[in-house]
Design a protein around this ligand. Structure first.
Ligand code: TRP
Length: 449
């Protein structure tokens, strides 16, 4: 076993790696998307299917990404190349890293715009702008924001700058420092909000909605949504986790570490649901309100409750932090690549990538207003970028990573790195060779049709 280190640095401990990867995983996907898709797909049974997908597909693929990154100690493209060479197989596998880098830019460009909405809502909550608002007023407020390119652009630019500042500072002084400060804050805020939700009348209704398994409400469609989301929420399929794995300490076991990350991500999603649904139910609102659940229903609910403005503010700060630590991880693989491949200074690489992401993001700002008429396959830029990343690029990346690790990489390398018992290793192998590629292919093909 080699004892290499990445030129970018290394996480101070296994625990920091767990928190940094959890910071990437926990984002808008957990707090905005998971509750609303649970709402749209009927609750408990959907949650159960989602948990199964995380365990049998998400976790094995995450172990794979971590071990590839850690063994090679390089950016995703470099790591795939070096593992191919070590395994005497085609280096064309490094193309997976290329798809991933492109996906990172695409995801960043719309993610940053949504994060911008969150920043606007932090301001709104702080000033009490939606206190006592009706659903119509809150809806009009949200639509007014989308129709205002100038405000959207300002927040998009601020958010992009926030991410550049952290990424440019490097793995230890930037990513790790941000992790140490923001992750504890995130957990504390989440627990405070859970406590608040528990004090509302709707807590029992919220709990039952999430944990009563009524399989008559489960559709085939919901199963596919659950599998797709398990990918997005764990940041899989585009090299982010590979890049973070390259900085992981040698001694830690990949298997146990990844289980911890998967568990934390899942717990945060479940707590987010348990914090949001009671508030929705205590105010007699619809859990199936869709993407507007967080930006329209929730402010209305907070606007009518005791201390609602204060807790609403905390809530949007929580989402802002979650989005920030995720967006950082979207840039890291490409920055590492630019530094390692072309010898660029980290600062220059980050600013260059930041400008590209920012410029791409302008198309997403415009999607709701001045560019709404420009469509590709019937979708505006925002929807198009969301669609091709979540439904095409990430699943494709995931299938290819699983096939690469399951069939092309020398089994001995996986065994050395993952470091789990023989039974667990066999389970990983079955999942990575068969279960994950087949399951993801089904979703992939279904999504395209
Ligand atoms: N996992 C994040 C979320 O749930 C989003 C995210 C961050 C992501 N980095 C990623 C998704 C890399 C896919 C790939 O919001």
């Amino acid at each position: 076993m080699q004892n290499k280190m990445s030129i970018q640095g290394s996480w101070a401990s296994r625990w920091i790696f767990i928190l940094a990867a959890t910071g990437s995983a926990v984002g808008l996907g957990n707090i905005w998307k998971f509750p609303y898709i649970t709402g749209e797909n009927g609750g408990g049974a959907f949650v159960l299917v989602y948990l199964v997908c995380i365990l049998f597909v998400g976790i094995p693929i995450m172990m794979t990404e971590v071990f590839i990154g850690r063994r090679a100690r390089r950016n995703p493209i470099g790591a795939l190349e070096s593992l191919s060479e070590e395994s005497n197989t085609s280096t064309a596998w490094k193309g997976i890293g290329l798809i991933g880098m492109l996906a990172g830019v695409f995801i960043f460009s719309f993610y940053s715009v949504v994060a911008g909405w969150v920043l606007q809502y932090i301001q709104t909550m702080a000033t009490g702008g939606l206190n006592g608002a009706t659903s119509e007023q809150a809806g009009a407020y949200f639509n007014g924001l989308l129709a205002d390119p100038q405000t959207l652009l300002i927040w998009h630019s601020i958010f992009t700058a926030m991410v550049i500042v952290v990424v440019a500072a490097g793995v230890n002084k930037g990513l790790e420092r941000a992790t140490r400060i923001m992750m504890p804050a995130l957990f504390v805020l989440l627990l405070v909000l859970l406590g608040y939700a528990m004090s509302t009348d709707g807590f029992a209704a919220g709990w039952n909605f999430m944990f009563e398994f009524d399989f008559s409400k489960l559709s085939w469609d919901a199963v596919l949504v659950a599998l797709g989301h398990s990918f997005f929420t764990l940041s899989l399929g585009m090299g982010t986790i590979m890049a973070y794995g390259a900085y992981m300490p040698k001694k830690a076991s990949v298997g146990g570490t990844v289980l911890a990350i998967g568990a934390l991500d899942t717990i945060v999603a479940l707590i987010a649901g348990l914090a949001i649904f009671p508030i929705i139910f205590s105010n007699g609102m619809d859990p199936a309100a869709g993407p507007g659940l967080m930006f329209i229903s929730l402010p209305v609910a907070f606007g009518q409750m005791a201390f609602g403005q204060f807790f609403g503010l905390l809530f949007f700060i929580l989402i802002g932090i979650a989005a920030w630590t995720s967006a950082i991880s979207l840039m890291e693989p490409t920055v590492a690549f630019l530094v390692e491949k072309f010898g660029m200074k980290r600062l220059n690489a980050t600013v260059l990538l930041g400008i590209v992401c920012w410029a791409m993001g302008i198309t997403c700002v415009g999607s709701f207003n001045f560019m709404s008429d420009y469509t590709l396959f019937g979708k505006n830029a925002f929807d198009f970028l969301d669609f091709i990343t979540a439904n095409i690029m990430m699943p494709l990346g995931g299938i290819l990573i699983a096939l690469f690790a399951g069939w092309a990489v020398k089994e001995q390398f996986a065994k050395e790195e993952i470091g789990v018992s023989d039974i667990a290793f066999s389970a990983w192998k079955i999942s990575i060779r068969f279960v994950a590629p087949i399951a993801v292919t089904i979703v992939f093909v279904y999504n395209l049709l």
